[in-house]
Design a protein around this ligand. Structure first.
Ligand code: FES
Length: 220
């Protein structure tokens, strides 16, 4: 992604916060440093959580500690950034929740897990409404699970809705990037809040990123 960005959009401002324990771990460090030296809009920030005795702050690394939102708040000016996060689940959970607390809109937070993982997003405060007030005429049918349930608009995505109603669906990134939650639509239509990165096959949808537009029958 970084190589593409600097080649295709060199004017775009990109910061890479790369968290590792010490100088023995960064992968492709010389390539990253060469990019940072070539492209003034690319900012490389190496964060060491456990520096070696010889690692020098300001020379071998830029920040002592883990990558966290407190660091972003200190270093990033208030701009409408997109955040792309990849790493172990505990780190991603803390970053995603921290960014949401900071007020970064969900549509600007993208993440990808190392291996199977799920990230629970913080509940949307607007979802806390009495159920009777938010029920709609739309009905969601989960064919394999033999469940037919009235859609509740405050429930989040169809993946959240399925899980809340005991329907088992595969998921990983919960952000439209991995395709794990792809599910066949037997009838009806769904709508996406924003276009997912993963392109679902025709006749299917990404449950984590869509809501029903009409009553739908899903294969799950
Ligand atoms: S869980 Fe990854 S695309 Fe839906």
């Amino acid at each position: 992604m970084l190589n593409w960005c600097v080649a295709e959009q060199p004017g775009r401002e990109v910061s890479l916060y790369y968290g590792v324990r010490n100088s023995s771990e960064p992968i492709k460090r010389s390539h990253l440093e060469a990019l940072a030296a070539t492209y003034p809009n690319f900012h490389l920030r190496l964060c060491f959580s456990d520096p070696l005795p010889g690692d020098q702050l300001g020379h071998d690394y830029h920040h002592q500690g883990r990558v966290d939102v407190a660091l972003f708040r200190t270093e990033l000016p208030l701009k409408p950034y997109h955040f792309y996060i990849c790493g172990p689940t505990p780190m991603m959970e803390s970053l995603v929740l921290g960014l949401e607390d900071w007020g970064v809109p969900e549509s600007r937070i993208h993440y990808e897990a190392f291996g199977p993982a799920s990230i629970k997003r913080s509940a949307n405060p607007t979802a806390v409404e009495p159920v009777a007030a938010i029920q709609s005429d739309i009905v969601v049918t989960f064919a394999k699970s033999s469940k037919q349930i009235p859609w509740q608009p405050g429930m989040g995505s169809l993946l959240d809705f399925a899980e809340a109603n005991g329907v088992k669906v595969e998921s990983s990134c919960r952000a439209g990037s991995c395709g794990c939650c792809q599910t066949t639509i037997k009838t009806g239509e769904v709508a996406y809040g924003h276009a997912p990165d993963f392109d679902p096959e025709p006749g299917s949808c990404l449950l984590c990123s869509c809501t029903p537009k009409t009553s739908v029958t899903l294969e799950a």
